[in-house]
Design a protein around this ligand. Sequence first.
Ligand code: ATP
Length: 361
Amino acid sequence: MAEITIQNLVKTYPGQTERATDDVSLHVDDGEFMVLLGPSGCGKTTLLRMVAGLELPDAGSVHIGGRDVTYLPPNKRNLSMVFQSYAVFPHRRVRHNIGFGLAMAKVPKAEIEKKVAWAADLLQLGPYLDRYPAQLSGGQRQRVAVARAIVMDADVLLMDEPLSNLDALLRLGFRAELKRIVEQIGTTTLYVTHDQVEALSLGDRIAVMRTGQVAQLGRPIEVYDHPSDTFVGGFIGSPPMNFLDAMAHGGVDGGVDGGTITVGDAKLPAPGGLPDGPVRLGIRAEAISVVDAHTEGAVPAMVDVVEPLGAATLLTVRVGEQEVKVQVPPDVNVRNGQTVHLSLTPRAMRLYDAETGLGLD
Ligand code: ATP
């Protein structure tokens, strides 16, 4: 096992003007599961490929276990990779697919057999060891690719969207399995995905990327509860965080509890010391509840859409001209076109600069 240290990595592809990665620095602790998350084209794969040695940076460095590997070829970095495409050999049986890397490394046969049996057990591939990949489901083939990576005892494991070829149900099942396996083997892992649920579920920490840079780095709960800017809040969560135009009043003396926020006509308590003026108020759908019209600070809203989702009901409402998502228990009785009153949980409110979108608290 080993830590990964990425320092000031810059990469511009030939013929491009924008940097694919723009001065990225990131430290992955020994044994940590780090997720690179972000929208398409933000530079996740490029960053992973530079750690793998499949792409060379224009500037910056990559260290694995304290060793500078920036310009070493992939096979000299002691890492294992799993990619989106299953990349299994069609003409080899599952057991030979899993043991392929070990055989190439001239590991003794008995040792290979032991390791293949161990990985097959971990990935529940035991019954399929003598099949060919064509005789497996997509999910089973992907497990073969993971098994082949983990038998290598590499210092680090790199995975690029390993679940994205699976259908929704298989993905859900394999996600939990992957989490169990990675916790069990404890290898330092760098994992690329654009799926925020996958990131929240798997990562010890998540690096949220935007246009070649890390927008926020933190534990899943930190990134979810305290997005550093409106981009991160709008990317993480389903539905994404709501952002409401609001006015901050810092209070006469700027004291700790002297502030208020106005949303439409409603006045809500806010931390003091805020500069007076427009802000964006960020709040998650589940931190808003439907309350009695007389509740203090209740914000009136008009119900546009009611979506029963089973475990909860998702409302799309309008506060003035602004659309807001509200998650209520499934038994709350509301109809389209109805006026409701919303209560915003004060400790779940985040404030962002109206222009830059950067967090104010
Ligand atoms: P996705 O989730 O779609 O795979 P990503 O976040 O992994 O996206 P990258 O594949 O790293 O993003 O791409 C980052 C930027 O670099 C994009 O603008 C992309 O178009 C560009 N890019 C990637 N590979 C190449 C290449 N081989 N040549 C030129 N430009 C490239």
